[in-house]
Design a protein around this ligand. Structure first.
Ligand code: PLP
Length: 396
C-alpha cells in the first residue's frame, strides 16, 4: 500500500524509547526519564520578550523561505565569531531545526547510490536521511578508539562512490569531542578525494573538562568550500520545540536548499525567528553560561554516581549532555552462552526494575551501548542513576 521508500526508515529509536517511558508513566509508574535529547530549562528572557514583541506587533506573514535577512545576517555574524572566518548572509539558510538543515543537505548533495561515511555509533537520523535521499550510509566503527573515528579507517571506507563524510562533534550519542589531528585528517581526505563534509555542531556549546570544540572549517580553512555546517538553537538555547536551525555553506548549496525548502516547509516559524533574532541582538551570554554551568554540575553529580559501576567503565562524557555506557563487559557472559543479549534487554530491565528510561545503543548502531541524558533536574538525575547502578551492578 505504501511507497517502497517507507521501508527505508522507521520512527527514530530515541522516539521509541521516549514512548516506552511515557507509556510506563501513563500506566501509573514513577519513571525517571533519561532519554531526552533536550535540556530541562526555562526560556531565555530575550527569547520570550522577542517572541512576545513579535506577537504584539501582529507579525503573521511568510518570511523569505530561508529566513529573514536580518536574522541570516545575525547568524552569519555568529558563525563568523564561532569559526574565526567571515560568513555572509547568502551563505546561511534558516531551517526548522538542524534536522531540516541536514535533510536539505542530503537532498541537494546526493545522487542515487552515493555513499556517505558516518562514524558509528551515530545519531539515528543521519543514516535515515541518507537513505531517504537515495544515498547509502557506510559506517566506520569508532568504539575501539574512544568513539573518535580513526582516520585510517575513514580512509579505508572511501570508495569511488563516496560523496560525503558526516562529522558530529561533540557527538550524539557518545559525547566524544574530536581532536584537531582527526579533523585535519578528515579535511585532507575530503580535499584529496573530492568529498563534502557535513559538520553537525549542534552540541558545540557544551564541552567539558579540558576539551574544546574545534570547527572543521577553522582547523582546515581550505575545506570551507566543501563543508556544510549544520547547527541549531535547539540545544544551545534549550529551544527544541521552537524549531530554529541553520545550514551554513557555499552559496550554490544554500540556493538549492532554498529551492527545496520552498516546496517543503517554506520559512521556519516567523515568531521563533524574531525571538532568536532578539536574542542574537540583545543576549549578553548569561543564559548560555547558566545552561553550561547547569550541565557541568549535572555531569559532576552523574559521574560521581556512575563511578560506583562495577562492570562498566565510567563514561568520558567530553561534550554534549549524554553519558554513553559501554556494556560489552556486562553483556559478554550472555554473549558467550550464545544468547543474543543486547542493550535492549538492559533497557527493558531498567524500565521494569528501576523505573529508569534510557536509550539502547541499538538505536545508534551499537548493540552494546546505552545513552543517558543528564539534561534533567539534578535530584531526578541522581535518584535515577542510583537506581540504574543498583540494577546494573546486580546484572546476571
Ligand atoms: N543533530 C544532532 C546530532 C542531534 O542530536 C539532534 C537532536 O537530537 C539534531 C541534529 C536535531 O536538532 P533539531 O531539534 O534542531 O532539529
Amino acid at each position: 500500500m505504501l511507497a517502497q521508500r517507507t521501508n527505508l526508515f522507521g520512527s527514530s529509536g530515541t522516539a521509541a524509547a521516549r514512548a516506552a517511558a511515557k507509556a510506563a508513566a501513563d500506566a501509573g509508574r514513577e519513571i525517571i526519564d533519561l532519554t531526552a535529547g533536550e535540556i530541562w530549562s526555562g526560556l531565555a528572557s530575550t527569547i520570550r520578550d522577542g517572541a512576545i514583541d513579535a506577537i504584539n506587533k501582529g507579525i503573521n506573514r511568510y518570511t523569505d523561505t530561508i529566513g529573514m535577512m536580518e536574522l541570516r545576517e545575525a547568524v552569519a555574524r555568529k558563525v563568523s565569531l564561532d569559526t574565526g572566518q567571515s560568513w555572509k548572509a547568502d551563505e546561511i539558510a534558516m531551517t526548522s531545526g538542524a534536522k531540516q538543515a541536514l535533510f536539505n543537505a542530503a537532498m541537494v548533495l546526493l545522487n542515487p547510490g552515493d555513499e556517505v561515511i558516518i562514524p558509528a555509533p551515530y545519531w539515528t537520523t543521519f543514516p535515515a536521511q541518507v537513505l531517504i535521499s537515495g544515498g547509502k550510509p557506510v559506517f566506520v566503527d569508532t568504539r575501539s578508539n574512544g568513539y573518535v573515528p580513526p582516520i585510517e579507517n575513514i580512509r579505508a571506507a572511501v570508495t569511488d562512490r563516496t560523496r560525503a563524510i558526516v562529522v558530529n562533534t561533540p557527538n550524539n550519542p557518545t559525547g566524544a569531542v574530536y581532536d584537531v589531528p582527526t579533523l585535519i585528517g578528515i579535511a585532507e581526505l575530503a580535499i584529496n578525494r573530492n568529498l563534502w563534509i557535513i559538520s553537525d555542531e549542534c552540541y558545540g556549546e557544551f564541552v567539558h573538562g579540558h576539551h574544546t570544540h574545534h570547527h572543521v572549517v577553522s582547523v582546515g580553512p581550505e575545506v570551507r568550500s566543501r563543508t556544510l555546517v549544520v547547527n541549531a538553537f535547539s540545544k544551545s538555547l534549550a529551544l527544541t520545540g521552537w524549531r530554529i536551525g541553520y545550514l551554513a555553506g557555499p552559496k550554490e548549496v544554500i540556493n538549492a536548499a532554498k529551492a527545496l525548502q520552498s516546496h517543503t516547509t517554506s520559512n521556519p516559524n516567523v515568531i521563533a525567528q524574531h525571538a532568536v533574532l532578539a536574542h542574537l541582538q540583545r543576549g549578553n551570554g548569561s543564559y548560555e553560561s547558566r545552561l553550561r554551568s547547569q550541565l557541568a554540575s549535572a555531569r559532576q553529580v552523574g559521574l560521581k554516581v556512575l563511578s560506583s559501576l562495577t562492570r562498566i567503565p565510567v563514561p568520558a562524557a567530553q561534550g554534549g549532555f549524554y553519558f554513553y555506557l559501554d556494556l560489552s563487559d556486562l553483556l559478554r557472559p550472555t554473549l558467550m552462552s550464545g544468547a543474543d543479549a543486547t542493550a535492549d534487554e538492559v533497557i527493558n530491565s531498567l524500565l521494569a526494575e528501576a523505573g529508569v528510561a534510557a536509550v539502547s545503543g541499538t538505536a545508534f548502531g551499537d548493540p552494546v551501548g546505552l545513552r543517558l541524558s543528564y539534561g534533567i533536574p539534578p535530584e531526578k538525575l541522581e535518584a535515577g542513576l542510583r537506581r540504574l547502578v543498583e540494577v546494573l551492578n546486580a546484572w546476571q
